[in-house]
Design a protein around this ligand. Structure first.
Ligand code: F6R
Length: 248
């Protein structure tokens, strides 16, 4: 894994957006994997600003989001569909038909999982997957203990994840208990991964990730075995790993 340390959240967001825009310019039909949450909001803001200023085109880009809550309607302000629409899709020239987010409303949720995997494969796989990390090491909604072999599947959210995400809801009991997520294998099949890490809350996660120990108890640790992963982390997130000798 290649690590780029930057000063702060703004710098991380700017660098990551630049990274993604460069990929889109060199491969206009990029299959781009996207994440939600607090971490990538600044990246999307920078992509939006670049689009306005430099007219980078997303006309031929196809996107695949990592995950979605089960049971929230698309128009629910907390659905990841709304998040993506408000933070990115409505600001760039991408047709919504080229954006893919697993549906947490399909009555046959197993069929939805199979279909989502098929769509990714049919598109030729994900070229670049953007990731955030949970403080418990989750990637997508793959919580600790998830087998590394999983494809898109349904998960019960860990209490720590519900607590972390409760900030977006009125009450913690409004946070859905389940989500549909790309599996760890799905994520690992991406040709390239860009992991963003910012802030104090992720310091312990960085120590575990960079210890090099690969364990299903810390899902992101599998990224140590991905051949093309770049981490952009800010100084605060890197605080505890400063003195670790990371060799990979
Ligand atoms: C979001 C996702 C999650 C988040 C993680 C970190 O689509 O898949 O794994 O990346 O929960 O969330 P933030 O960025 O809010 O700290």
């Amino acid at each position: 894994m290649k690590i780029i340390t930057v000063e702060n959240y703004q710098e991380m967001s700017r660098k990551a957006a630049e990274y993604i825009v460069d990929k889109v310019i060199s491969k206009p039909d990029l299959n781009l994997g996207l994440a939600t949450g607090g971490t990538p909001k600044g990246v999307y803001k920078n992509i939006k600003e670049d689009h306005k200023k430099n007219h980078t085109s997303y006309e031929h880009v196809t996107t695949f989001n990592l995950d979605e809550y089960i049971g929230l309607k698309q128009e629910d302000p907390n659905s990841y569909y709304q998040y993506m629409y408000e933070n990115l899709f409505k600001h760039i020239n991408i047709s919504l038909t080229q954006t893919n987010i697993p549906s947490g409303l399909n009555e046959n949720i197993q069929a939805e999982c199979t279909e989502y995997e098929r769509k990714i494969v049919d598109a030729g796989g994900i070229d670049l997957q953007l990731l955030g990390i949970g403080s418990n090491g989750h990637i997508g909604f793959n919580e600790p203990g998830t087998p590394f072999t999983t494809k898109t599947h349904v998960v019960d959210l860990a209490l720590s994840t519900k607590k972390a995400n409760a900030r977006y809801f009125d009450k913690i009991n409004e946070v859905p208990s389940q989500a549909i997520t790309m599996g760890i294998q799905t994520i690992m099949n991406s040709k390239e991964i860009l992991l963003l890490v910012s802030g104090k809350a992720k310091q312990d996660a960085m120590v575990k990730l960079l210890s090099g120990v690969v364990t299903e108890n810390f899902p992101a640790s599998i990224l140590n075995q991905h051949h093309n992963t770049t981490i952009i982390a800010d100084e605060e997130a890197m605080e505890l790993v400063k003195n670790m000798s990371y060799v990979r």
